[in-house]
Write a protein that binds this ligand. Structure first.
Ligand SMILES: NC(=O)C1=CN([C@@H]2O[C@H](COP(=O)(O)OP(=O)(O)OC[C@H]3O[C@@H](n4cnc5c(N)ncnc54)[C@H](O)[C@@H]3O)[C@@H](O)[C@H]2O)[C@@H](O)CC1
Ligand SMILES: Nc1ncnc2c1ncn2[C@@H]1O[C@H](COP(=O)(O)OP(=O)(O)O)[C@@H](O)[C@H]1O
Ligand SMILES: [K+]
Length: 483
C-alpha cells in the first residue's frame, strides 16, 4: 500500500493545481470528509470544538466547522494565538466560515465536547507552542474524544516522533494516503483509528510522488509464492540448515527449524555441536540432524551444493566461532540473527565486506539493541526515522535489514522499504524472534529474493500471532503459521 512523506504533499498539491484542480477544491473535500466522520462517529456530541492553526490544516478545520454548522450541529472554533490564516486557501476557508473565532487559551473543556484537531499537519518541523501544549493537556485530562485532521498535531509525519507534545487522537482522517509517521511509533499510537479519504487527487500523481517505503503486504512477494507443482521434490522447496548452540542453548535453533518446516521449507537440518546432538535428537522428528563442531566440519557440510540457505545466531553464543561461521557462509544465503549479529560488534566491516558482491543474500534481523551494536552511529542519530536507519544500514551491510519491534521495518540495499503493521503485542514473548528467523530462512530457501523473503516472513509472523490470540508462546506461534 502506498505511503507518502510530508514533503510530497506540497508537490502533489502544486501538480494538482497545474492539472487544473484548485487547492481550495481539495480543501473543501478534505474538510467536509472530517465533518462527515465526526457526525457519523459522534452523533451524540453536544458540541464540536474545532482547534485551528495558521496553515492549510487549519483551512480544513474552517471547512469542517462550516459543514458541521450547516448540518445543524453546535460548533465552537478556537484559534492558536498568532494563528491567523497564512495561505490563500486557508484565508478563504476562514472567510467563508461564519463561526465566531476564540483564542485557544480560552477553551474550557465541557462534557459532551468532541475535539477536532486542525492545528498542524504532517509537515511540522518544530515543537508545538506552549499554548497548544497547555490546551492538549486540558483536552486529554478531560478524556474528550479527539478527531485529528490529517495527522495528530505534534506528530512528525516523516518519523512518527513527537517533537514536543502531541494529541492522542481516537480517529485520524487523513488524505490521499497514510503518512509514514502514522505507521511508525509513537505516531501510530497517537493516530488512533486511521481513515484515508480520497480527495480527488489523480492516482498518477499519487504514484509519482509516493514514497519508496510502503506498508508490508502480500503483494510484495505474491509473484514468488504459489501452489506446489504435482511433480515437486523436497529439494525443490529448498534445503535449510539451522545452526544450534550448545546443549543448554539448543531450543532457539529448534524453534527456528520448526517454524521453517511449517512455512514450507522442503528439508530442514539442524547442524549441532557434539554436546548438543543428544538433546536435539530427543526433541526432533521431521527435522534432520548433523554434527558440526568446527570450521572443518562446516567446510565438509558446504561441499553439498544443495545446501544453499542457512540460519546462524539463535542461541548460538557470541564470539569467534559465530564470526568464522558467518564468513565461511558468505557465498550462500544467510539469515544472521541474535548472537551472530552481536559477534560482529567490534568488526562489522568484516561482515559487510563478505557479502558486498553479487545478489543480496544476507538477511539481518536485529532488534534495537542488536542494531546499535552493528550500527552505533545510525542508532544514535536522532534525525533519522526508523525507516531511514534501516535503509542506511541495508545499504552499508549489503543486506536486507529487518529492524524489529512493534513497527518492524524491512529495508534493502536499493532503498526499498516496508513498514509492517499486522504484528500484535503478544509477539513480545521469548523465542518469537527465533520463529521469525526460521520464517526468513524458509522463504529464502524457497528461492524468494531476500527482500521478498524478509517481507513475507515478517508478515506471516504477525499473521500467525493474530490467529493464535492471547497467551502466546513461541511454540504455539509455530502451529498457527499458514503460508
Ligand atoms: N493536497 C494537499 O496538499 C492538501 C492538503 N491539505 C491540508 O494541508 C495541510 C498541510 O498544510 P500546510 O503545509 O499549510 O501545513 P500546516 O497546516 O501544518 O501549517 C504549517 C504552518 O504552520 C507554521 N508552523 C509549523 N510549525 C509551527 C510551530 N511549531 N509553531 C508555530 N507555527 C508553526 C509553519 O510556519 C507554517 O506556516 C495538510 O495537513 C492537510 O490538512 C488539505 O487541505 C487537502 C489538500
Ligand atoms: N509490542 C510488539 N508488537 C508487535 N510485535 C512485537 C512487539 N514486541 C516485539 N515484537 C516482535 O517480536 C519479535 C521479538 O524478537 P526478539 O526481540 O528477537 O525476541 P526473542 O529474542 O525473545 O525471540 C520480533 O519479531 C518483534 O518485531
Ligand atoms: K492536525
Amino acid at each position: 500500500m502506498l505511503l507518502i512523506e510530508p514533503d510530497a504533499v506540497a508537490k502533489i498539491d502544486s501538480a494538482c493545481i497545474t492539472s487544473g484542480i484548485p487547492g481550495f477544491a481539495l480543501m473543501n473535500v478534505a474538510g467536509r470528509a472530517v465533518s462527515a466522520a465526526a457526525l457519523r462517529d459522534y452523533p451524540g456530541a453536544l458540541r464540536y470544538v474545532v482547534l485551528v492553526g495558521p496553515g492549510n490544516n487549519g483551512g480544513d478545520g474552517y471547512v469542517a466547522a462550516k459543514a458541521l454548522i450547516e448540518a445543524g450541529a453546535t460548533v465552537a472554533l478556537f484559534r492558536l494565538f498568532d494563528g491567523q490564516p497564512t495561505t490563500d486557501d486557508a484565508k478563504r476557508a476562514a472567510a467563508e466560515c461564519a463561526c465566531p473565532v476564540q483564542k485557544l487559551e480560552e477553551y474550557v473543556p465541557m462534557k459532551g465536547d468532541v475535539v477536532i484537531d486542525a492545528v498542524f499537519g504532517a509537515g511540522l518541523t518544530r515543537g508545538l507552542p506552549a499554548s497548544l501544549i497547555a490546551c492538549i493537556d486540558k483536552v486529554q485530562s478531560a478524556g474528550l474524544p479527539v478527531i485529528a485532521v490529517d495527522i495528530a498535531s505534534g506528530v512528525c509525519g516523516r518519523t512518527g516522533r513527537i517533537l514536543a507534545g502531541a494529541l492522542h487522537a481516537d480517529l485520524t482522517v487523513t488524505f490521499m494516503a497514510p503518512k509514514i509517521g502514522q505507521m511508525l511509533l509513537p505516531g501510530r499510537i497517537h493516530s488512533g483509528r486511521l481513515e484515508v479519504i480520497d480527495i480527488g487527487t489523480p492516482l498518477r500523481l499519487l504514484e509519482r510522488f509516493a514514497s519508496s517505503t510502503g506498508i508490508n503486504h502480500p503483494a510484495v512477494w505474491q509473484i514468488y509464492s504459489g501452489p506446489r507443482a504435482a511433480d515437486t521434490h523436497k529439494y525443490s522447496h529448498g534445503a535449510l540448515t539451522v545452526f544450534s548452540g550448545g546443549a543448554s542453548q539448543s531450543g532457539a535453533a529448534r524453534l527456528a527449524a520448526a517454524a521453517a518446516l511449517r512455512a514450507g521449507a522442503g528439508l530442514v537440518t539442524i547442524a549441532a555441536p557434539t554436546e548438543a546432538m543428544a538433546v536435539n535428537a530427543n526433541h526432533m522428528t521431521a527435522i534432520m540432524l548433523r554434527e558440526v563442531d568446527d570450521q572443518n566440519d562446516l567446510a565438509q557440510l558446504l561441499e553439498d551444493k544443495r545446501l544453499q540457505t542457512f540460519i546462524l545466531g539463535p542461541g548460538f553464543g557470541v564470539g569467534d566461532k559465530a564470526r568464522d561461521f558467518a564468513l565461511a557462509l558468505a557465498t550462500r544465503r544467510l539469515v544472521l540473527d541474535a548472537d551472530a549479529i552481536t559477534s560482529f560488534r567490534d568488526r562489522p566491516e568484516d561482515l559487510f565486506d563478505a557479502f558486498a558482491l553479487g545478489e543480496t543474500r544476507l538477511i539481518l534481523t536485529p532488534h534495537d539493541g542488536e542494531f546499535s551494536r552493528l550500527f552505533p552511529d545510525l542508532a544514535a542519530n536522532q534525525a533519522l526515522s526508523k525507516v531511514e536507519r534501516a535503509q542506511h544500514a541495508a545499504r552499508r551491510a549489503h543486506a536486507v535489514v529487518i529492524l524489529k519491534g512493534a513497527d518492524t521495518v524491512i529495508a534493502d540495499p536499493a532503498g526499498r522499504a516496508t513498514i509492517n503493521i499486522n504484528a500484535p503485542p503478544s509477539l513480545a514473548t521469548a523465542g518469537s524472534g527465533d520463529v521469525l528467523a526460521g520464517l526468513c530462512g524458509a522463504f529464502l530457501a524457497q528461492n524468494y529474493p531476500a527482500f521478498a523473503a524478509a517481507c513475507a516472513a515478517v508478515w506471516h509472523h504477525g499473521d500467525a500471532a493474530q490467529r493464535a490470540g492471547a497467551g502466546l508462546t513461541a511454540e504455539r506461534l509455530i502451529n498457527f503459521i499458514e503460508t
